[in-house]
Each structure stands twice: as structure tokens, then as C-alpha cells.
Design a protein around this ligand. Structure first.
Ligand code: HEM
Length: 483
């Protein structure tokens, strides 16, 4: 085993026929060895890339506990413990201060960060939009938008940065489904602002870790805030416009934004303008980058695994895309869905789920001290040695048939768990299947970077120096229907 060196980047390799992407080697140091003198270097690593700060214990033990500058941390990697903290005894856990500081600075009381009565009210008002039945009504738009847009972003000569077309496509799908296509004026600038906001805002600032007061400017965040201001301006304009149309008695499109505007009756209070702005921003932030990142990693993994690529292409080629309603594609494309789920196991788009313990909590002889930060870290959970066979290998078959059934309910959690579970989970899975099917049917992606796409955590998991890809048009696609 190589000596631990966070800067060392192992080459990806193939073992027993399975592709193993390059990821940070865990630090063999145990977490209880983190004393103050170690804390500074740990903090530097965390600021650079939290994935490089994880240690071996976290991939082997049910819990790993340590203290950084007086704050106790508990990283839980045991399905029973996760169930206990996020479901059975969830009243004892609130959002951690670190999480809220980072998010609140940007999205205020948007659904992701709202708490208490504000959250209950908003989640109840929005849930009907995300029921299985309602999500199906978005499928046709997802397909039409992708078919219309993918050539614009993918049919370019040479090598392209794959994150861009993926984010553009998922953004346009979000815009066309939830906002009837009305949040895409100056599309290019909007995409840039969203990406800047996520990059700069998603960085854990050392001042946050030290719990510095709010008024101290976080230098890592200034550029992000400018982008957020632009986005807020766009949302405000659109909301004003809808309100005017409403006042003039015009019909509004029946979409997410209109429904937010129309909330409010005898039992439910309406949303304020500020609330609507926060919620829309939260959905822009949460609703496309995550899916786009997973798609980029998926095509990277497939470009290194000929066998899985061939199986996936055969499956999507066999589907009659014109005759089969897109809301049912998932049922016809089990291997495609399995590839997506396996990608989210290895590269969970939003792997840091943080809470804070209110009182001391004890379960199975493990004690979580009061005021400790609780991390559900799906990067570790999904690669935990006691839970997975060949944890680092890309093996889509894990998510098929009986193997799928053997995966525990609290062992695979790309969408989080408990009452704050992702509201867009079904939306994202349906969208991913439709996008992958259309993309793989028409194109083949080949990784064209010099080195490895080194995973780095910034809210989502991003390849450090991007993910350059060569996009080839598949011959079959130009003939229309697969034969
Ligand atoms: C592959 C794609 C996605 C992944 C991996 C993902 C992951 C997550 C996770 C882990 C959480 C929980 C965070 C926590 O407990 O702290 C979450 C919450 C949330 N997600 Fe997603 N998400 C995805 C797609 C979407 C989409 C498409 C939408 C909207 C259409 C969306 C909207 C939200 C919202 C609004 C919340 C906050 C829910 C609440 O607190 O009540 N997400 N997501």
C-alpha cells in the first residue's frame, strides 16, 4: 500500500474486469489522533478538498468521532445509526450551523434551508408537484427539450468540457418543466451565474469552521454573491411579470412558479415575494447541477468500461423512443437506470448531509455528545468496506434484480433520508433516464483529459480540472429508428 500522501493520485485501473476510478487514498491515521496541531493541517486539506481528508477508519467503522477546535464531530456510517438519527430520533437533530451559514447566505429561507413552521408550510405546499403522478406529466417535456437542445450543445468539433452541455441540458429541462421555459432569458449568463454561485458558495470557508461571526466577510464567497444577485434579479423580474398577468386576468401557465404565487387560502398563508425568490433560487441551485454532475461521471465511467457501454447502448437502441411514452422508459431500461444508480453510489452528487445534535444521544453503546456536528457522508457510506463488495469498482449489476433487493434501505442514500429527503428525487431519476437514453442513442463520449478527473468536493463532486470529452455521433442514430 502506498504511503499516504493526499497529493498522490493513483491511476485508474481494471480489476477482475471492473473499472476502478481514481479517488483519494484514505489517511491511515485514526480520527482520535486529530489534536490541535493536526487540526490546522486537517483544516487546510478540508478547505482544499474534503474528500482528501477522510481516513481509513471512516470506511471501516460504524462511527468516527473527533474534535476540531472544540467542536465534536460524529461521522455516522452505519445504517442502523443513520435510521436512528434521521428517522426514529430525528427531533434531536437540527441543521448544523455550518450548513445553514453557507446556505442561508445565498438562498435565505428557500426550501433547502428553511426550518420549523416555514419549512413545514413550504414543503406541504410544494409536495403535490413532486408526487409520482405529477412527475410523470413532465416526462414528455423532458424528452422534447433534450431532443431539441442536445445538438446545439454537443455537435461541436474537437474536445468539449462535458460539464457544460450537461448543466445546460438539465437547466433547460428544469426551466421548461417547472417554469414553462421562462427563466432562460440570457441563458448563457444564467448558466454562468449558477455555476459561479455553486463554485464559490459551496466552498467550506475556514471562517465558518471556526464559527466566526456572520459579519466577517468570507473572501471565498464574494464572487459567488455577485452571481446570486444577478439570479435574484432575474427571478424578481419574472415574478413581477407573472403577477401583472394575474392582475390583468390573463391565464398563467400551470407550473411551479404559478403555484407558488397562488398558494394561500383559509388554512395556508401565501408566500411573500421574498419567500418565492428564495424558493425559486433554491430549486435552481438544487435542481440541475446535481443531476448534471452525475451524468458527467456516468459518461466518464462508461467511456472506461466497454462492456457496460455496449450493454447500455444495446438497451437504448432496442427501445422504440417514438412509440414508448417517456414516463415509462425507466421500466424498459433497467440497465441504464442501474448505471445511473451505480454512478451515484461512487460519485454521490450531494454527499455531505450535516446536522447538529441538540441533546446527548445514545444508541447501541455509541454516544453522540450534545452540540456535536453529525455528518451523514454518503461518499463514505457508499464505499464502506462492511457494506459493499469491491466498494471502489463500477459494477452496475449491483442495482439489478436480487442484488438490488439486498441493498439495505439505509445503506444507499444519494437523495438523503428522513423528512428532508430530496423532494426532486423522482424528478431527477426520470430525467436522468430520459437524458441518458437520448444521449447514448445519438452520441458516444470519450474521455480526452491528460490526467485523471480528480474528484473534488464543492457541494457537488466535481472533477478538479474539468472533464474534457470527445463527442462522436453514433451512426445508427442518423438513420432514425434503431433496426
Ligand atoms: C441526482 C440528482 C439529485 C441529487 C443527488 C439530490 C440530492 C439531494 C439531497 C442529498 C438532499 C438532502 C439534503 C439534506 O438533507 O441536507 C436534497 C434536498 C433537496 N433537493 Fe435534491 N437532489 C437531486 C435532484 C434534485 C432535483 C431535480 C430537484 C428539484 C427539481 C431537487 C430539489 C431539492 C430540494 C428543494 C431539496 C430540499 C428539500 C427539503 O429540505 O425539504 N433535487 N437533494
Amino acid at each position: 500500500m502506498a504511503h499516504h500522501n493526499p497529493k498522490h493520485r493513483p491511476d485508474p485501473y481494471v480489476e477482475d474486469g471492473f473499472f476502478i476510478p481514481s479517488v483519494p487514498i484514505p489517511d491511515p491515521k485514526k480520527t482520535d489522533e486529530y489534536r490541535w496541531y493536526h487540526a490546522f493541517s486537517a483544516m487546510r486539506t478540508i478547505a482544499r478538498n474534503p474528500l482528501e481528508s477522510f481516513n481509513e477508519e471512516q470506511y471501516e467503522a460504524p462511527i468516527s468521532q473527533y474534535e476540531l477546535f472544540g467542536t465534536p464531530f460524529s461521522v455516522i456510517n452505519d445504517p442502523n445509526l443513520i435510521k436512528h438519527c434521521f428517522v426514529d430520533n430525528r427531533g434531536n437533530y437540527k441543521f448544523s450551523e455550518i450548513r445553514q451559514r453557507v446556505l442561508r447566505a445565498v438562498i435565505g429561507d428557500g426550501l433547502i434551508s428553511a426550518e420549523g413552521e416555514k419549512w413545514t408550510h413550504a414543503r406541504r405546499a410544494m409536495s403535490p408537484m413532486f408526487t409520482p403522478r405529477n412527475v410523470k406529466t413532465f416526462a414528455q417535456v423532458m424528452k422534447t427539450t433534450t431532443e431539441r437542445e442536445m445538438p446545439n450543445f454537443l455537435e461541436k468539433d474537437g474536445i468539449i468540457e462535458i460539464a457544460n452541455p450537461m448543466a445546460a441540458l438539465t437547466y433547460l429541462v428544469l426551466s421548461d418543466t417547472l417554469f414553462s421555459g421562462e427563466i432562460q432569458r440570457e441563458q448563457h449568463q444564467v448558466l454562468k451565474d449558477v455555476s459561479t454561485a455553486l463554485t464559490y458558495v459551496g466552498r467550506p470557508d475556514p471562517l465558518d469552521m471556526l464559527k466566526a461571526p456572520h459579519w466577517m466577510p468570507r473572501l471565498t464567497r464574494l464572487r459567488g454573491l455577485k452571481a446570486v444577485k444577478n439570479l435574484r434579479g432575474m427571478i424578481r423580474e419574472l415574478t413581477e411579470d407573472r403577477k401583472k398577468r394575474l392582475q390583468n386576468g390573463e391565464d398563467l401557465p400551470d407550473d411551479f412558479l404559478s403555484r407558488l404565487l397562488l398558494v394561500g387560502d383559509a388554512d395556508t398563508a401565501p408566500f411573500s415575494d421574498r419567500d418565492i425568490e428564495d424558493h425559486v433560487l433554491a430549486f435552481i441551485g438544487a435542481g440541475h447541477e446535481t443531476t448534471a454532475r452525475a451524468l458527467s461521471w456516468l459518461f466518464y465511467l462508461l467511456s472506461n468500461d466497454d462492456q457496460s457501454l455496449a450493454r447500455l447502448e444495446a438497451e437504448v437502441d432496442a427501445l422504440d423512443m417514438d412509440a414508448t411514452p417517456p414516463e415509462t422508459w425507466g421500466e424498459h431500461l433497467p440497465f441504464t437506470l442501474a448505471c445511473f444508480e451505480e454512478t451515484m453510489r461512487l460519485f454521490p452528487p450531494a454527499p455531505f448531509i450535516a446536522r447538529e445534535a441538540i441533546n446527548e444521544d445514545t444508541k447501541n453503546g455509541i454516544t453522540i455528545p450534545p452540540r456535536s456536528v453529525l455528518f451523514l457522508n454518503t461518499w463514505q457510506l457508499h464505499r464502506h468496506k462492511t457494506l459493499w463488495d469491491k466498494p471502489d469498482a463500477f459494477m452496475p449489476d449491483r442495482f439489478l434484480g436480487q442484488a438490488r433487493e439486498a441493498i439495505g434501505r439505509f445503506q444507499y442514500l444519494p437523495f438523503g433520508v428522513g423528512e428532508r429527503v430530496c423532494i426532486g428525487q423522482r424528478f431527477a431519476l426520470q430525467e436522468a433516464v430520459i437524458l441518458i437514453a437520448l444521449l447514448a442513442r445519438h452520441y458516444r463520449f470519450e474521455y480526452a483529459g491528460e490526467g485523471v478527473p480528480w474528484p473534488k468536493l464543492r457541494i457537488t463532486i466535481q472533477p478538479e480540472n474539468g472533464m474534457p470529452m470527445r463527442v462522436r455521433r453514433r451512426r445508427k442514430a442518423s438513420l432514425g429508428k434503431a433496426g
